[in-house]
Design a protein around this ligand. Structure first.
Ligand code: NAD
Length: 312
């Protein structure tokens, strides 16, 4: 059913999504508003494909073939008119998305499916002006989309179950791990879980309970180590629900319950300490440290992905 996938928006997410489909054997068209953005995406995708061939994940022929399956254009019409699935990955600004959907409705194939990579907008808001006659769905990839398997699928109440199944099958065919939400909720599943945990992480650092380094290690060497293979609800079953009842009853009253961004983040943002983009956040970064940390991260993710593929 799906042969050609168009990705609209070639930024952080769009380039990773495009790469995932090209490696999975699909023909991909990437669209952006300026050629310079497409050039940057092409370079990033090339480097990420190199990582896959250097690590043995792809042969050099497979690497080249994946690269050749991706076409780049600033012409929205030519990107949309031949696609079976159009994935929107433009900035999280509702008016921009609505304008794009109006244009897509005019130039896409009648049966083509449109999906959004939105992180925050409910599907009912996205389709407030253009419903695409039920052929619209949310496919929420995780950054870096070329390496992280999770894709959250959000449907409308009346979305045809066959459409959901076909998107799920498509994602499985490129090695992704799709999950389907039974109903709409702000933040979907993964970002709600992640935000709950990060609120407490920042609170612990802010209260001076531990350094950021040790708070991170308490996750990567502890719960995070388990979570790559055993999720939190099953961990509770293994630990015993009577034990977990006592854990919740004893600890939950003490957890941070603030309703906005943690105070520590507010303070850092006020002083323009925004993380890697300004050279300092919770940690300091100098020279090409960020690039080398990202490379190390991607190599670990690649290895973890390989272990998960073998075991699932
Ligand atoms: N960055 C993340 O970690 C992340 C994770 C999951 C989901 N998302 C979501 O994915 C979407 C894209 O985020 P991103 O981080 O890749 O953004 P980004 O800013 O890196 O990239 C967006 C790209 O879209 C292009 N663009 C803007 N308007 C366009 C238009 N009308 N037509 C074609 N291209 C257009 C921009 O030029 C830019 O290259 C957002 O909805 C975001 O919320 C982001």
């Amino acid at each position: 059913m799906f042969k050609t996938i168009s990705v609209i928006g070639s930024g952080v997410m769009g380039s990773g999504i495009a790469q995932s489909f090209a490696v999975g054997g699909y023909s991909v068209i990437v669209n952006d508003i300026k050629q310079e953005f497409l050039n940057k995406a092409k370079k990033n995708i090339g480097e990420n494909l190199d990582l896959l061939s250097k690590s043995g994940e792809l042969s050099s022929e497979e690497r080249d073939a994946a690269g050749e399956r991706i076409h780049f254009t600033t012409d929205l019409k030519s990107a949309a008119e031949n696609a079976d699935l159009i994935i929107e990955a433009i900035p999280e600004v509702i008016e921009l998305k609505w304008d794009l959907y109006n244009e897509l409705a005019r130039c896409k194939k009648k049966d083509a499916i449109v999906s959004s990579n939105t992180s925050t907008f409910p599907i009912s808001k996205l389709t407030a002006h253009e419903s695409f006659e039920g052929k619209f769905i949310i496919t929420h990839f995780f950054n870096p989309a070329n390496l992280v398997p999770l894709v959250e699928i959000v449907k409308k109440k009346d979305t045809n179950p066959k459409l959901v199944q076909s998107i799920k099958d498509l994602l499985l065919s490129i090695g992704k791990s799709p999950v389907v939400l039974k109903k709409e909720i702000n933040g979907f599943i993964a970002n709600r879980l992640q935000t709950a945990l990060m609120r407490e992480a920042f609170s612990l650092v802010g209260q001076g309970v531990a350094d950021a380094e040790d708070v991170d290690k308490a996750i990567t060497a502890g719960p995070g180590f388990r979570w790559a293979f055993v999720g939190p609800t099953r961990i509770a079953d293994f630990g015993g629900l009577d034990t977990w009842k006592r854990v919740f009853d004893n600890i939950a009253p003490d957890l941070d319950k603030s309703e906005g961004a943690p105070e520590l983040i507010n303070q850092l943002v006020k002083t323009n300490k925004l993380g890697t983009k300004t050279g300092e956040g919770l940690f300091k970064y100098s020279g090409d440290e960020v690039q080398s940390q990202l490379k190390t991260r991607d190599n670990y993710f690649l290895k973890l992905g390989r272990i998960k593929k073998v075991n699932e």
